[in-house]
Design a protein around this ligand. Structure first.
Ligand code: MG
Length: 162
């Protein structure tokens, strides 16, 4: 029997490079660096996508949307998320809630948290109350503490479609 609720977790890291703007959780942030990657490198949405796929027992983001495939070059991660949502629905589930931890000392994300929450709720067709966005610094240590990279961790739950 299929479970009523399923849990998934996702993790991603992207390097920061010179030149803005920074796209995080589908929101454009005024900053002098951007995340490097094959797609738009939205580290937050990538972690969410992997959490969703894992919860549904599907293959990970790298298998679904290979970075060797030119079709995904420069693609908006919002588009990848919407395709992921379709896959989840096809497997018989809907997103129920999401909880995020974004780790970086720069830029300061406090002012952007409500925007990111609203954007992700829209993208997943959830109430804002079902989306948690937490921003942490890394106390000046490691890649995320020194402006070299941003990390995101995501946990999601899925509920069985009625
Ligand atoms: Mg990624």
């Amino acid at each position: 029997m299929a479970a009523i609720v399923r849990i998934g977790q996702g993790y991603d890291l992207h390097r920061l490079e010179v030149g803005g703007p920074l796209i995080l959780c589908g929101v454009s942030i005024d900053f002098d660096r951007h995340l490097a990657g094959h797609s738009d490198a939205d580290v937050v949405l990538h972690a969410v996508i992997d959490a969703l796929l894992g919860a549904a027992g599907l293959e990970d983001i790298g298998s679904q949307f290979p970075d060797t495939d030119p079709a995904y070059k420069g693609i908006a991660s919002t588009e990848l998320l919407s395709r992921t949502r379709e896959k989840i629905e096809k497997s018989g589930y809907l997103p129920a809630n999401v909880d995020l931890t974004i780790i970086t000392d720069q830029p300061k994300l406090g002012p952007y948290k409500p925007l990111m929450r609203k954007r992700l709720a829209e993208l997943l067709n959830l109430e804002a109350e079902a989306v948690g966005v937490k921003a942490k610094t890394n106390e000046g240590l490691g890649e995320t503490g020194t402006g070299k990279a941003i990390i995101c961790q995501a946990v999601v739950s899925l509920k069985k479609k009625a």
